[in-house]
Each structure stands twice: as C-alpha cells, then as structure tokens.
Design a protein around this ligand. Sequence first.
Ligand code: SAM
Length: 401
Amino acid sequence: MRPGPAGAAALANGSRSQIKVLRPEILAPVERASAPEGPLPLDEILIGDCLEELARLPASSVDLVFADPPYNLQLESTLSRPDQSVVDAVDDEWDKFASFADYDAFTKAWLAAVRRVMKPQATIFVIGSYHNIFRVGAALQDQGYWILNDIVWRKTNPMPNFRGRRFTNAHETLIWAAKDSGAKNYRFNYELLKAGNEDCQLRSDWLFPICTGHERLKDESGRKTHPTQKPEALLARILLAASHAGDVVLDPFFGSGTTGAVAKRLGRHFVGVEREEAYAAAARRRIAAVESLPPEAVAPAPSKRSEPRVPFSAVVEAGLIEPGAVLVDEKGRHRAVVRADGALGLGAITGSIHKIGALAQGLPACNGWTFWHFRRGDRLEPIDALRSMMRERLRAAEGSD
Ligand SMILES: C[S@@+](CC[C@H](N)C(=O)[O-])C[C@H]1O[C@@H](n2cnc3c(N)ncnc32)[C@H](O)[C@@H]1O
C-alpha cells in the first residue's frame, strides 16, 4: 500500500525505517528568485537545481515549457515479475520526497519559477501519473495558470500489473495550460494538426508506445541510461502543436534530453535544466547526433485567421473567374451566377456568396467559399481555391516590393 497523507507524515517524522530525502532547497524559493538574471542560454543544458537555474533566466523569455517532473512514485519494495526477475523501477533519489506536503512545496516552487520565465502567450505541458498529476493540477490552478486541456497519453505497450491487484496502468496524463486566463493568442497549430489527421480535429487522447528499441539510450552494459526516458513521438506532437520553428522550448527536468533532441530536429531552440551531470552528458551526446529537418518541412503555416481578407469581388476583378460563370454546390443541386460586382445572383435575388449559399439551402448561415464550386476541366473545385490563388498573388506582390 502507498502511504496516505498520515502515513507520509509518519515517514517525514522518521517513524518508518525507510527515511526519505527532505530537500531544504524547496523551502527557500524566495531568496532564489532574487538571483541576478543573465541572457537566455539557447540550446544549452544548465546543470543544477531547477529553482536556482530558472532564477537566472530572463523573465518572459520562453515560448513553450515541457515539464516531466519527479512523479514521487513512493516505491516501498522491490517489484518482481512472475518469473522472479526484478523490474527496473524508478527508485532514484531524485524521485523521493518525505511527504506529500514536501512534494507540494517543491511543485509550487518550480511552477512559480517557470511561470516567471514564460512569455505572456507561452503555454506549459506537465506530464504525470496518478501519483502526482492531481497535485500538480491543483498547484497550476492555484498559481493562476489556465488549464486548456488534459491529454491522456495511452500507451500501446504498457507494463503489465504483475501482482494482479489493480488495472494495468496504461496511460499518463498531460496538463496543457496557459500562463493565465487572459492568454488568448497562445500557439496552437490547429490547421496543421487537422491537416495531418485526415482533416479531423485532433483529440485529447493520444496513442504512442513507451520508449523502447533503438530510441532507448543504453550504456555499454545494456542498462537504460535514464529510467523515465519519454518517447520522441510524444514530444514531437507537443512541439508541433504548440510552438513554431525558431521558438524557445524550456524543459526544467531535462533527463536524457528528449525535449532537446526533438526541438533540434524540428527547428526549435531549447533550454534544459538537469541536476544530474551523467544524464546531461548523455543528453548532449544524443542531441549532437540529431540532424535538423529542412526549414520547409517545419515552417509554420499562416493560420486562416491571420491571412489577408480577400473579398469575392477581388477574385472577379483579378479575372480568376469570369462574370456570368455559373457556380454550383458540390452535388450540383443549386446554381448561382457570378455578377460583375462580385455578388451572386440566384434567380431574381442577389447577395454575397455566403448569403446566397445560405438562402439556397434554407439555412441561417453558410460559408460560401467552401459551398460554391466552379468547373475546372471535368472537376468541380470550391471557390476557396480561387481565394488561395489570390492570396498567393498578394504574397508574391508583397515579396517583390
Ligand atoms: C522524469 S525525469 C525526466 C525525463 C525526461 N523527460 C527524458 O525524456 O529523459 C526527471 C528528471 O529531473 C531531474 N531532476 C529532479 N529534480 C530536479 C531538480 N530539482 N532540478 C533539476 N533537475 C531535477 C532528474 O534528475 C531527472 O533526470
């Protein structure tokens, strides 16, 4: 059984044989925050305690944070498989806290330190399991962060529950939060994610295997370099969703450097903090071997909202469609005529592409750009294709100025 708060308090009082580490550093976050600030050390791993190192970074300087903090797993005894082989579980000192209160104090301190260095529109992803994620979620909200989603990372290959006393623990949870409730223009590459997902909105349940095979860092004797190395595909999803090429991604618990490796491949910068030199050394070697993708493979797409507004009349004026042309819907049930002024005619009624589209269907509203189609050869294409051509022309004209 894991200790409840009472049991944890007993542990803190030293009344159980297994004494855990109480960290004095988490009790003095205020003094740490007054350390002098330096420039942002791009693409570097800072060795040390994250509270101290974060206090040295400039305020409002990073675009995205990925945090994979200690989970406080509280493993009390050796875990064995049915064949009596020992499970390589996370029993490292950095994951041990004397009590829930101690863990909460640490969580509050690093969340505050991270929030200070986030740009106003930056967001944070924190990953955790049932051991810690609820405590992290409460701390996030208490500090003014604004939760945007919780994401379930469902593991295709979870470790079985060897004792058969619980469900197989087959997922971890990510909390995605903005710096505060007023943050509106945070990065979310909605259109690109949707385009990559067969034009369906991406959901909050993600399916990835845990990190195994050639991706898993091992030492010469075949032992895992880091006990909790996260899969690169998970980090790639996060960075592609919530950052742009050239952005700075902060990881205050860098471990084996998964965030740095993925950031480099996707043309982002990283700043990592890790207190164990051995992990940082492995991360440096790993990142050095990564090749960045060509810029055109990772360039941000302009979001539809940020693109210049193009009225249908401009498409007609530019000669991309002739006055008198007939537009139809995708199934050919409705017909409208393009007028020289950029309005549409439906019998005796005239109006915008949107209004006439809505009227034809008997609906209150309609997106005329996707509803109306024109004939190109033997195919029907939405007039949105003409708007895209128009925007291309505008961009080309801007570029030649
Ligand atoms: C859960 S692991 C992160 C694993 C990482 N995401 C990866 O893919 O390899 C947490 C890491 O944080 C480090 N750590 C724990 N407490 C820390 C602290 N106070 N400051 C800096 N690093 C810390 C540990 O050494 C460990 O490598």
